[in-house]
Design a protein around this ligand. Structure first.
Ligand code: SF4
Length: 79
């Protein structure tokens, strides 16, 4: 999905959102990854906390600057 500069070609930079959000691949779906790979190992809350910590580390490095932050408490497992 790399458009050639490390940014996903589906990212709408004007709105800091995904242009194919409803059809995004499983790799982009935290809820799907949890169900497929992590459900047996940890709770949803722990999984979200770990992901949030990873996002904060990336933000501290300046990765994704200018993109919208999604609240960690957002439970979108049914999206
Ligand atoms: S959610 Fe996935 S497909 Fe959408 S912009 Fe982000 S990386 Fe690209």
């Amino acid at each position: 999905m790399d458009r050639g500069d490390g940014v996903c070609r589906h990212l709408d930079e004007n709105n800091a959102g995904c242009r194919i959000y409803d059809q995004r691949p499983d790799a982009c779906r935290i809820d799907r990854q949890y169900e497929l790979h992590y459900r047996q190992a940890m709770s949803w809350e722990t999984f979200v906390q770990i992901n949030e910590a990873g996002c904060k580390q990336l933000q501290a490095l300046g990765v994704g600057e200018g993109t919208r932050a999604i609240p960690a408490s957002t439970d979108n497992r049914n999206t």
